[in-house]
Design a protein around this ligand. Structure first.
Ligand code: NAP
Ligand code: MG
Length: 497
């Protein structure tokens, strides 16, 4: 738990700097074309750094380094105890630099320091540690092929993994991919989002310091349309682990088809529903959770509960409570530990979201927010927490992910209707259900179509359970032992007599 004040965090922000070059084959280097791009702080618009911009030639070098490392066996064929130790050492190194990483993450992505210092960065090392512990605890199988033969089924690393991640949880999303990929012996080329490249490069420096062999982890910051695409179409990348929008997830499937049939694991968007039944006694507690479920991280969470479906008998009462919560939220400086909602990722995104709100307000009812907050916060990409009511199926706000602090509320009359409304989305990442009745909880949670259904909570997540969805939320699964399957293939060795 941090005891730093706002001033302490600003002082640290002023003194922390991380690497800004590409990380390839164990060394930091300029991009081949010598190009750089600017990354800014969305709470102020101020430039943080100019970062080397990887192009296709750099991705080529990174993939070649990953392949060389893989084939040499310097990581892929080392004893489990060694791989485990290096990964645990890296987790310890992250912990030693929690505050530096937290402040870099907060500035680069406008994320709350209270979140990055207490959740995102500690969560990142915890994930790494968890997968490091799997290295010497996962076993192959021997198959029942009869008395005259022996068939041994092992899980083999795939080779070179391309990891392409978004900007909302930059280091944590990266680690969701890196940890299981590295634990199973692969090499990785990581492309962070262009808006938030800083912590991935810092991680690369820590990896080099703890002795991860050269070429096993490469980091190529750059733009999706060149560095991301170059990874997607590369003939020597074995799999892509992608988190981001459904639009770009589909592009990666196309890239695989036009290149080497690499595996693609897309984890994409969502439009998750929170269903509130009539029987709930403590509507205030539900309002707290609903507000948290949409306004955390300024709504820029793939599994955010962006649709609120409420039994008509409790609709007005709950809406009023959630609106009250939204007005009480402290919006402002992400480096102030008391702030409850920071900016969205960029002024461009802010303006796009304002446009979504404006067109939604024309066909539904604006209950709270809807604009840019007044006061000191206006210098950055800030938005008011926003609630629209009476949003109907077919309307854009009901169907499409906004990826901002915008809640769409809809009443229902029957359980059947609630399930139909919740499941009518093209996405199916997460869902919530609020009820005080155990039978309703079992019955309705069983019928809600989503990768994770949380009963009497929102957005439950833990390293021990898989995270991912159905439909156009994609089919990749991060976290838990299931994620290991994405980075390995089964190999059978059959000993005949
Ligand atoms: P995005 O635009 O899809 O970008 C994701 C990554 O793909 C970035 O690294 C991006 O690079 C790259 N990319 C963009 N265009 C590309 C192209 N033409 N070819 C190859 N790569 C390309 O998503 P985002 O705006 O960063 O993140 C928000 C989205 O992520 C939301 O839809 C959200 O729901 C989803 N998300 C899903 C999960 C999950 O686990 N299911 C978790 C978090 C976020 P640039 O940065 O250079 O554009
Ligand atoms: Mg930035």
């Amino acid at each position: 738990m941090t005891t730093r004040t706002t001033q302490d965090w600003h002082d640290l922000a002023g003194s922390v700097s991380g690497p800004t070059d590409l990380f390839i084959d164990g060394a930091f280097a300029e991009a081949a074309a010598g190009e750089r791009f600017v990354t800014t702080d969305p709470s102020t618009g101020v430039e943080i750094a100019q970062v080397a911009r990887a192009g296709a030639a750099d991705v080529d070098r990174a993939v070649a380094a990953g392949r060389r490392a893989f084939e040499s066996g310097v990581w892929s064929r080392q004893p489990a105890a060694y791989r485990k130790k290096v990964l645990l050492d890296l987790a310890d190194a992250i912990d030693r630099h929690t505050d530096e990483l937290a402040v870099l993450e907060s500035r680069d992505g406008g994320k709350l320091i209270s979140d990055t210092s207490e959740w995102d960065i500690p969560g990142t090392s915890a994930i790494l540690r968890w997968y490091a512990e799997t290295v010497d605890k996962t076993y192959g199988e021997s198959a029942p092929v009869g008395p005259d033969a022996l068939a041994v089924v092992s899980r083999e690393p795939l080779g070179v993994i391309g990891a392409v991640v978004p900007w909302n949880f930059p280091l944590e999303m990266a680690m969701w991919k890196l940890a299981p990929a590295l634990a199973t012996g692969n090499s990785v080329v990581l492309k962070p989002a262009e808006l938030t490249p800083m912590t991935a490069l810092y991680l690369a420096r820590l990896a080099a310091e703890v002795g991860l062999p050269d070429g096993v982890l490469n980091v190529v910051p750059g733009f999706g349309s060149d560095a991301g695409r170059a990874l997607g179409v590369h003939m020597d990348v074995d799999a892509i682990a992608f988190t981001g929008s459904t639009r770009v997830g589909k592009l990666f499937l196309g890239y695989a088809g036009e290149s080497n049939l690499k595996q693609v694991w897309p984890e994409c968007g969502g439009k998750s529903a929170a269903v509130v039944c009539a029987d709930v006694a403590d509507l205030g507690a539900v309002a707290d959770l609903v507000a948290g479920g949409i306004f955390a991280c300024a709504g820029q969470v793939c599994s955010a509960s962006s649709r609120l479906l409420v039994h008509r008998s409790r609709y007005d009462e709950l809406l009023a409570l959630v609106a009250e919560r939204s007005c009480e939220l402290r919006v402002g400086d992400p480096l102030d530990p008391e702030t409850q909602m920071g900016p969205v990722i960029s002024t461009g995104e802010r303006d796009r979201i304002l446009g979504e709100i404006e067109s939604a307000a024309a066909e539904s009812r604006l209950v709270a927010g809807g604009g840019v907050p007044s006061g000191p916060a206006t210098a950055g990409a800030f938005l008011e927490p926003t609630i629209l009511a009476d949003v109907a199926p077919g309307q854009r706000l009901f169907e499409e992910e906004v990826f901002g602090p915008v809640l769409a509320a809809t009443p229902f009359d029957t359980e059947e209707e609630a399930v139909a409304l919740a499941n009518s989305s093209k996405y199916a990442l997460a869902a919530s259900l609020f009820t005080d009745d155990l039978r309703t909880a079992h019955r309705v949670s069983d019928r809600l179509r989503a990768g994770t259904v949380t009963v009497n909570g929102v957005d439950a997540i833990d390293i021990s359970v898989p995270f991912g969805g159905f439909g156009q939320s994609g089919y990749g699964r991060d976290l838990s032992l299931h994620a290991l399957d994405k980075y390995t293939g089964t190999k059978t060795r059959w000993f005949a007599g």
